[in-house]
Write a protein that binds this ligand. Structure first.
Ligand code: CTP
Ligand code: CA
Ligand code: CA
Length: 593
């Protein structure tokens, strides 16, 4: 594809971008193994516009008015109406109000001591309140559901942060492609290389109407002529991907009233990069032919993961600031300085990114409520009020999560605190979490208070500037049972759960009556689904199956109490690995939880 290298001056060496023009053959389109090197790969990233502000607009039913979301004194989200006044995130509120006198200012919801739920209080104060992002988390899940329902089933979806998700559209796009162009399904009889014959050129098509297509050479005079026709089958695939994204984005607008923007390209980092090209309510296609010029003009810090410490280190080491300046640096010298893994950087500069789009486990394995304390806690008694605030948040979040997955069950409750007068600084205490159906503030605070007392040493001075309370090892009971099943299949010498077995066999845990039984230990009542055709014997059998399942649950529960190294106790080991190579330059974005 010679248009790829057509620039006014030959600003770059085409050899850097060879990967962008792979042969596309009958074998590629028919291949069942659609890996990350698929020449017809289509990846999208969709990001919600001014997300927190949008959530507040929907909640308050305010549309088309300038609105900002405040967290204490900081503007954390600015809707697009307010951006028209030049208001930006992190601008002092005073200045924002001067720029736009009619500005609607919403402070994020906060937990207040003594209140079980977050609310929008007047004059919340960081000394007495704690920020709650629950509304945004909830809305984020709703958006994700619409993506899942709206896109073809074989789309892989990965939630990437509170307001964005990646989509691997390769499979659904491939299906549509073969459906629209059935002649691609089989090489013609006279094809010289059979399945390895390149596909014929695609017919004259136009790009998906509602998308912006990044030009191949923004400086060219004949932009229209060059760019407004998909010239490769990958272009056609991107355009079909754009149709799918456009449709699902409209559904989000219709069902939830949120607007979003999307980027569609050959891989994740490029999709993310071009998603912000046209905001709000826009979507952008970055075709392979446009990648070289698009990347070359870019300060490389704009690239996902190169914006942080790694970007700074690269700029320092090689005294460069743009992708164009980094390109001549050989893979060897990069690896010498930044370790093996810097091949990732080397590839990204060439438009390559083999990172998979992978659905994360539906369950968040942990939940954490944290608070930095503007007024440090200096004695045990003063800690309880904050513990209660954190407990309220955790109780609410778990209860909410159980609305979608009723069997959710955390294994451990963990309290972390930072005592700046203690040489060891940050410490944590943890305890197994009992299975309680109703996770109330009182239950959580009760357990947390105990941990707090363990943390506090009455003889030592304390100045605690931060506390957090969390659940870890959250699983659906089903998962626990599956693990149990695997465990029980091990040879008995390997089992170490005698105590747990005793628990279920020493006493008769259940009593049976009619179609149901009540567990004496936990009060759980299990009832058989009504069936007109069941005989007494079948009923007995079904009941005993239910009973066994319930007993398994107790065994699983007891097993969970065998102390296990949990996430909180693991950082030392992890850090070691992280410090190697380029890994140490990555800092986790707290919003990517
Ligand atoms: N956010 C935050 N602190 C930051 C960055 C972001 O609290 N330093 C919150 C914002 O309030 C935002 C949400 O995370 O609404 C998503 O962030 P982002 O997508 O970066 O910005 P948006 O506000 O959604 O704006 P845009 O339309 O530009 O995506
Ligand atoms: Ca956003
Ligand atoms: Ca975002």
């Amino acid at each position: 594809m010679d248009t790829l290298w057509k620039g006014k001056e030959k600003a770059h060496d085409a050899t850097h971008f060879q990967d962008l023009d792979p042969p596309i053959t009958y074998r590629s389109i028919l291949s069942a193994n659609l890996g990350v090197r698929d020449p017809l790969r289509v990846i999208a990233l969709c990001d919600s516009d001014a997300f927190y502000a949008a959530c507040e607009m929907v909640r308050l039913n305010i549309l088309d008015k300038p609105l900002v979301v405040l967290q204490w004194a900081l503007l954390i989200a600015v809707n697009y109406e307010a951006r028209k006044f030049g208001i930006t995130r992190m601008m002092p509120l005073k200045e924002a109000k001067e720029r736009c006198p009619g500005l609607i200012v919403v402070h994020v919801a906060t937990y207040k001591e003594g209140e079980p739920e977050p609310g929008y209080w007047e004059n919340p104060d960081t000394k007495t309140h704690k920020v709650s992002l629950d509304l945004y988390r909830r809305e984020s899940i709703k958006v994700l559901h619409v993506y899942k329902e709206g896109l073809p089933e074989n789309t892989e979806i990965e939630k990437a942060s509170i307001d964005e998700a990646f989509f691997d559209l390769t499979r659904p796009v491939r299906q549509i492609l073969l459906h629209r162009f059935p002649y691609l399904a089989q090489p013609p009889d006279d094809a010289p290389d059979g399945l390895d014959t390149p596909l014929p050129a695609p017919p004259d098509l136009s790009w998906h109407q509602a998308s912006t297509v990044i030009p191949i050479d923004p400086r060219a005079e004949d932009i229209e002529a060059v760019q407004f026709s998909p010239q490769t089958w990958h272009d056609v695939a991107l355009s079909i991907g754009a149709e799918l994204m456009h449709q699902v984005r409209q559904e989000i607008k219709m069902k939830l009233n949120y607007t979003t923007s999307a980027g569609i390209a050959r891989n994740k980092f490029l999709a993310k990069l071009c998603a912000s090209h046209r905001k709000p309510m826009g979507q952008t296609i970055l075709r392979n032919a446009s990648i070289p010029n698009y990347l070359l003009g870019l300060p490389f810090q704009k690239i996902r993961f190169l914006g942080g410490k790694l970007g700074v280190a690269l700029a320092d080491e090689f005294d460069v600031s743009s992708v164009a300046e980094l390109l001549p640096i050989s893979l060897e010298s990069m690896q010498q300085r930044f370790g093996e893994e810097s091949i990732w950087v080397y590839q990204v500069l060439r438009g390559i990114d083999y990172t998979e789009v992978k659905a994360k486990s539906a369950l968040n394995k942990s939940m954490l409520a944290a608070k930095n304390l503007p007024t440090p806690i200096t004695n045990i008694a003063d800690g309880y009020q904050w513990i209660r605030v954190l407990a309220a948040e955790l109780a609410l979040r778990l209860t909410e999560a159980r609305e979608t997955t009723p069997s959710l069950w955390p294994k451990t409750i963990v309290l972390h605190a930072r005592n700046i007068l203690d040489r060891d600084g940050r410490k944590s205490k943890q305890a197994p979490w009992p299975f309680v159906r109703e996770v109330t503030v009182d239950v959580v605070a009760g357990a947390a208070n105990k941990l707090w007392r363990e943390f506090c040493d009455a003889r030592a001075p304390m100045k605690v500037t931060g506390v957090s309370l969390g659940f870890t090892g959250i699983e659906g009971v089903e998962t626990g049972l599956k693990r149990l099943d695997a465990f029980l299949k091990k040879p008995s010498s390997k089992r170490e759960f005698d105590e747990a077995e005793d628990c279920t066999s020493a006493e008769k845990p259940v009593s049976t009556r009619g179609n149901s039984f009540v567990c004496k230990r936990c009060g759980h009542k299990a009832t058989l689904s009504p069936s007109a055709t069941r005989s007494d014997a079948e009923r007995e059998e079904a009941l005993s199956k239910l009973r066994l399942e319930h007993e398994d649950f107790h065994v699983a529960l007891e097993l969970s109490r065998v102390p296990e190294v949990d996430a909180a106790a693991r950082p030392a080991k992890r850090r070691k690995k992280k410090d190697e190579g380029i890994a140490k330059f990555f800092t986790r974005d707290s919003r990517d939880a």
